[in-house]
Design a protein around this ligand. Sequence first.
Ligand SMILES: NC(=O)c1ccc[n+]([C@@H]2O[C@H](COP(=O)([O-])OP(=O)(O)OC[C@H]3O[C@@H](n4cnc5c(N)ncnc54)[C@H](OP(=O)(O)O)[C@@H]3O)[C@@H](O)[C@H]2O)c1
Length: 336
Amino acid sequence: MVAGTTWAVQLARIPGERVEPEDFALHEVQARVPAPGEVVVRTDALGLNAGLRHRLGTGRSTTLGPALEVDDVPRSDGVATVVASDDLSLPEGSRVVGLLPWAELSTMPARELLRVDPRLSPEELLTIRGHVGLTAYVALTRAGAVKPGETVWISAAAGGVGACAVQLARVLGGRVLASAGGPERVRFLADELGVEHALDRTENLAAQLDEAAPDGIDLYLDLVGGDHLDLALPRLRERGRVVLVGRAAATPSSTITLDHPAMIRRRLGVLGMSVTDHPDALPDLLDLVDGADPALRAVCTVWHGAAALGEAFAALLRGRILGRAIIDLRHDAADD
Ligand SMILES: NC(=O)c1ccc[n+]([C@@H]2O[C@H](COP(=O)([O-])OP(=O)(O)OC[C@H]3O[C@@H](n4cnc5c(N)ncnc54)[C@H](OP(=O)(O)O)[C@@H]3O)[C@@H](O)[C@H]2O)c1
């Protein structure tokens, strides 16, 4: 039995070297009525992750999902409204978040969804209160063990995770250095997020780091890999830490050269992390966000409509958008 005719966005072809909007296409599909324990949700908004690229036609699964082939429907973090329910915990009308298919209507187990306050905007739920906010929070606290007064360098700071990390690091008492690519993005960090030391990675980053942190860095949140890490390691203070979060720079080399004696002598730490290990950190993050004054910002670039999904994903991979890429689907609802 079906709950209605609806749309989904599928992988239309395996992307070449560069992902193009045409690699994705809108298709008509049928949504199933819910079985016991299931609900039908209508997607309100999706937040995209660049990491999805690694699973498109590569045969590789990651912690965020399975490998995807042509005709498969990707999933991303999303905000949705329950439109039909066969589960008492999620009555019709509930606002939920979860890993949602790129589709208008999805029939899925209620246990895969988390009920949230309907007064919160999709932008907040998909940034500072969502996957990228949690990644930043876990990197700073559980992996990075940041302490008030410490000097924290955050790379890719104008991206989805970075813009959350910059704000959370300050709330946690850190002295923040934040780097991004080009004057416009650096200005955004300084003017909009109030970063005192906003650095331009396209200029002489080493000199800017030395000027902003002449006594060194306590914690480096590495969102990019590559040459930034080579700059961070020799600048770590005693008991300094590097948290390896991502490789936005997509440099082919994944090898780190460590100065072994210096690492021991100065008690340095390098730690990789995955946010998927820390779902239990979410309440702590939300407490911090609720208590922040001034309120933390949901930094994002918003597209409207399902047809823009491919375009938004391609733009995200080109790295020139501010904050998280969000697709607002509320005007695509079948009853509009
Ligand atoms: N470990 C985990 O649990 C976890 C969870 C979520 C995300 N991640 C990873 O964390 C990274 C950041 O995620 P995100 O969602 O914030 O990504 P994003 O929004 O796509 O931001 C990435 C940023 O990287 C910067 N960049 C691109 N090329 C660069 C280069 N060659 N050198 C330095 N910076 C470069 C760009 O900003 P500028 O041009 O301004 O520098 C871009 O905005 C990704 O690799 C993602 O896969 C890891």
